[in-house]
Write a new protein. Structure first.
Length: 111
């Protein structure tokens, strides 16, 4: 009986890991630019691939599944915000806050 419970728990954890929404990939930002999110040093780096700020790294986030935290920089103002991201299907909701008072949110779309 114990081996059946262990096998079921392992199968459920494998399903949960597969069901998690990956943040990695190419995303269309709210401004229409393309951003690539890729692994870098145990985290995920956000780098613009098109648009006026192409080539600029604008963020670094850590996490797994569908919830990530880190820092995001607005390339227009060069201000850095404490940020978070949550993935749901082909949408990535990015939120950045300064001192938890001034916050900006954007929704990006997976390409």
């Amino acid at each position: 009986m114990r081996s059946i419970i262990i096998a079921a728990a392992l199968a459920l954890s494998a399903f949960t890991a597969q069901a998690a929404e990956p943040i990695e990939g190419n995303w269309k930002t709210a401004s229409g630019a393309t951003a690539e999110i890729a692994p870098c040093g145990g985290s995920f780096c956000v780098t613009l691939k098109s648009g006026q700020h192409s080539g600029k790294q604008i963020g670094k986030m850590a996490g797994s599944g569908d919830s990530y935290k880190g820092e995001i920089t607005d390339p227009e103002t060069d201000k850095t915000y404490s940020g978070s991201g949550s993935v749901s299907g082909n949408s990535l909701k990015m939120k950045g806050c300064v001192m938890a008072v001034l916050c900006k949110s954007q929704t990006w779309t997976r390409l």
